[in-house]
Design a protein around this ligand. Structure first.
Ligand code: DCS
Length: 487
């Protein structure tokens, strides 16, 4: 029998910040999608679809994206170093290319211990050095391994930086609208003040520095201590990419307004118009700015995105530029309280930044896999964008980068009334209906915030290419039926 003794810990007396925190990417709709998936697995035949497609989250391997062969070969050898013993050599060399075997040996040597041991809290020094070399090569400016912190995905880094920035509830952090809800959720958890600034949808979700300046001055005049600016580039959920000149203006603005810049660059290789809008890191932009030695910048990267999509391994890093030395020591203390980021994630981070080189035995296959995935992602982004733009009442900016499209939906009066009757936001109502009709799970725009009176949803374009036309067909049919029903 269940005990009747009242619980010590209840939803009423728990940490209110956690209670108030919201994270729509894995919110109510995603939970409902899992229920539907269970029903299908148990043989349900009463649903109008035969599979649930999770387009709510940028989780490529969940949708059958194949991992990069070389990376998995190396990590599997690191996980099972018995395979590197001399007596197994002839057997293993039939299964693994020589460069994968050599790389695994090198990594284990660099780590200097089993990967089951705790590492340096900032990440294994040699692996951090690989990351520093990658940054130097990417940007043409050196990076210091001691300014790098390897993390469990970019998420952990973002949370650490937001935590250290938060002095009290007056601490304000500028976050884009729409934004990836890691930012709003973490600020709620910390009890800091999110200061929203708006991206302009009509001009491709562009960022206007003078608009942000007004926002800062207004927030400061109300007593908010605005001290950092978050930029997601390429954008999530918007897919926009910043122009180099705009980035210089942003840096100048940060200098003038005394703001630390947090540059979330996890989608830096998901760039679909490289000629028109190549990726430029904020580190490089900073190095080319007159205030290169002053402006405080923290930039984030991850193994979860790009063509790698190793989200479940939880790897990433952040790089600090121009931070106060005392603050970096405090960051080290924070990292040390968690002992270390998981070592498998650190290894994958190092592999991401040092892939096979031309001439290496694995180079050709690696190139083929990366290019194949990239071209496929690009094709899928264009196809889905066209599908959205052809829908009645829908407009969709192209994804210049990232893994998402964020179409704007204009819903008929009757649909708005129905949503109100159900006490739902109109975009949530639309996404609910989509899930129940098609098995496709997307995220309502309200989960990312949006300009008042506009409604959107976010979908990834990650469903497998062989099934992509079918997937698009389901969305088209759903939308047409929805509009016909509520017109
Ligand atoms: N920053 C941005 C902009 C992201 O989109 C994500 C993940 C992260 C950071 C954190 O990623 P990792 O911790 O895995 O490195 N994107 C989520 C999303 O919107 N869909 O999938 C996860």
């Amino acid at each position: 029998m269940a005990s009747t003794t009242p619980k010590v810990l209840t939803v009423e007396n728990m940490n209110p910040h956690i209670r108030e925190m919201e994270y729509a990417v894995r919110g109510r709709l995603a939970i409902r999608a899992e229920e539907l998936r269970d029903e299908l697995a148990q043989g349900a035949t009463n649903l109008p679809f035969n599979k649930v497609v999770s387009c709510n989250i940028g989780n490529p391997q969940q949708l059958n994206q194949k991992p990069i062969t070389f990376f998995r070969q190396v990590v599997s050898l690191c996980e099972n170093p018995d395979l590197l013993e001399p007596e197994k050599e002839s057997l293993v060399s039939q299964l693994y290319p020589i460069d994968a075997i050599q790389r695994a040996r090198q990594i284990l040597k660099d780590i200097g211990a089993s990967i089951g041991a705790y590492s340096h809290s900032q990440g294994v020094p040699a692996l951090r050095k690989s990351v520093a070399n990658f940054i130097a090569e990417r940007d043409g400016y050196p990076a210091d391994p001691n300014s790098l912190y390897l993390t469990q995905g970019a998420s952990a880094g973002v949370q650490n930086i937001l935590s250290i920035l938060t002095q009290n509830e007056k601490t304000g952090i500028l976050i884009p609208i729409p934004q990836y809800p890691l930012y709003s959720a973490t600020l709620t958890l910390l009890g800091a003040t999110p200061v929203p600034y708006y991206l302009d949808e009509e001009s491709g979700w562009s960022l206007d520095v003078e608009e942000i300046r007004k926002t800062v001055h207004e927030a400061r005049s109300k007593g908010t201590d605005v001290r950092a600016l978050v930029i997601i580039n390429p954008g999530n959920p918007t897919g926009q990419c910043l122009e180099a000149s705009n980035m210089q203006d942003i840096l100048t603005f940060c200098h003038e307004e005394r703001l630390l810049l947090m540059a979330d660059e996890v989608y830096q290789t998901n760039i679909y118009e490289p000629e028109q809008r190549p990726f430029v890191s904020f580190k490089k932009a900073l190095m080319e700015h007159p205030q290169r030695d002053t402006i405080e910048l923290v930039s984030f990267h991850s193994i979860s995105k790009g063509m790698i999509g190793e989200c479940g391994r939880r790897g990433g890093y952040f790089e600090c530029c121009n931070l106060d030395k005392g603050v970096t020591e405090q960051l080290y203390k924070m990292a040390s309280v968690s002992l270390c980021p998981n070592v498998s994630g650190q290894i994958m981070t190092a592999l991401m930044v040092t892939p096979p080189k031309q001439g290496d035995p694995s180079y050709e296959l690696y190139q083929k896999e990366m290019t194949g995935l990239y071209e496929s992602l690009r094709r899928r982004s264009k196809k889905l964008e066209a599908v959205f733009n052809a829908m009645e009442g829908v407009t969709c900016q192209p994804a210049m980068g990232s893994m998402y499209l964020f179409p704007r939906i204009r819903l008929p009066e009757k649909a708005l009334a129905k949503a109100a009757e159900l006490n739902q936001k109109p975009d949530a109502f639309y996404c609910d209906q989509m899930l129940e009709a098609t098995g496709v799970c997307v995220v309502p725009g309200s989960g990312f915030a949006q300009k008042d009176g506009t409604w959107h949803f976010r979908s990834t374009f990650l469903p497998e290419e062989s099934l992509f036309d079918e997937f698009c067909g389901h969305l088209k049919d759903f939308h047409a039926n929805f509009m016909a029903k509520y017109k």
